[in-house]
Design a protein around this ligand. Structure first.
Ligand code: DGY
Length: 359
């Protein structure tokens, strides 16, 4: 046996030790049950899908890869013809046009994202094609970023930086640049799945007073207790929260929910954080609420549209911090997402249940 094969199990063991429990269990299941898809043709729709996913698929499948960057729709539609599986690497529309171009032999698709708002789910379901996505493995990375945004917005990082640049560092005031405390605050979550709960877990280390959440279904009692969390109606969430964190998927029911009516129900000291999807917020109404100091500040990792045009009026405000949708953008997280997506595709091809089925 070549020496490299002898050390591989050891390397895999140490890699597993580095993973958080939920990541580890997902990836362990992936390893145990990897199927034996043979000679399938799989399309990778983005040239920058991490190697971890490519290597897995390469073992059993013939790969076809989109090479243009940003990926050209025309190249995708041409290369998609006749493939058995697809690792859908970007946020390009996955719709009837793409599925028709692929053909009826298509057996398995996985996105490399948690959110699947760019997928025409009805079309995928109608054709009975198994679809996977990659939640869970990105919870920690997105939660870290959310906590960063919450503090940055509440403590006016962006405005402070601008004061320096414009020569307005007025530290002769005693009450200059005062912000909002995280300590003893009520943090309200609109959507409280894996990402929301990972944020709440981190914030418990900041001595917050209470977590409120609005979801369709109540979470389990044990997690509620652990996170000091209480399910409330949306209006109560808005009225009582010092920080409101949007962590819900974009659906017809959540689109535009954060509008003028909602902002008018929030405290004028409240800070709004959005790490979910831009369309959940009515951006014109948010602009008005921030400009008139109806609410204190906002921190957004997601906006509508993306990319946000450089002349967007949101960028003129002092009390908003905006990031370019980088919640899951760490090397490890993206690599794990590619691994899970590849296993999803392989399992779909083998007719097995995917690791993270999207429906
Ligand atoms: C997701 O996976 O949905 C994140 O927003 C990154 O795309």
């Amino acid at each position: 046996m070549r020496p490299i094969f002898k050390v591989l199990p050891l390397l895999a063991f140490f890699a597993a030790l580095l993973l958080t429990p939920s990541d580890a269990s997902l990836l362990r299941r992936a390893k145990n049950k990897t199927m034996s898809a043979k000679s399938f043709k799989v399309l990778i729709t983005h040239p920058e899908v991490p190697q971890s996913g490519i290597d897995l698929l390469n073992e059993n499948c013939e790969l076809v890869r989109v090479e243009s960057l940003p990926p050209k729709r025309s190249e995708l539609l041409q290369k998609i013809r006749g493939v058995d599986g697809i690792l859908w690497g970007g946020h390009e529309a996955l719709n009837a046009e793409a599925l028709d171009a692929a053909g009826p032999q298509l057996k398995s698709i996985s996105t490399m994202s948690a959110g699947i708002d760019y997928v025409d789910l009805d079309e995928v379901k109608r054709r009975k094609i198994p679809l996977g996505h990659t939640p869970t493995v990105l919870d920690n990375a997105v939660a870290d970023l959310a906590v960063g945004l919450l503090i940055a917005a509440g403590r006016r990082f962006h405005e402070g930086r601008k004061k320096i640049e414009t020569g307005n560092w007025e530290n002769y005031h005693l009450n200059w640049m005062l912000g909002q405390d995280v300590r003893d605050s009520v943090v309200g979550f609109y959507g409280f799945g894996g990402i929301g709960q990972a944020i709440a877990k981190r914030l418990s280390g900041f001595d917050i007073d209470q977590v409120l959440y609005t979801t369709r279904r109540r979470i389990d009692r044990e997690t509620e207790k652990e996170l000091n969390a209480k399910k409330v109606e949306f209006n109560e969430l808005l009225a009582k929260s010092d920080f409101v964190v949007i962590a819900a998927p974009l659906t017809a029911a959540t689109q535009g929910v954060f509008n003028a009516t909602a902002f008018n129900k929030m405290k004028n000291t409240a800070v709004l954080i959005n790490i979910a999807r831009g369309k959940i917020v009515n951006q014109n109404d948010l602009y008005d609420a921030l400009r008139s100091n109806r609410i204190f500040a906002a921190g957004l990792d997601v906006v509508d549209p993306e990319p946000l045009p450089p002349n967007s009026k949101l960028l003129t405000l002092d009390n908003i911090i905006i990031l370019p949708h980088i919640g899951s953008a760490t090397n490890r997280t993206r690599s794990d997402m590619a691994t899970i997506a590849a296993h999803n595709v392989l399992r779909g091809l083998a007719g097995e249940r995917m690791l993270s089925p999207a429906y």
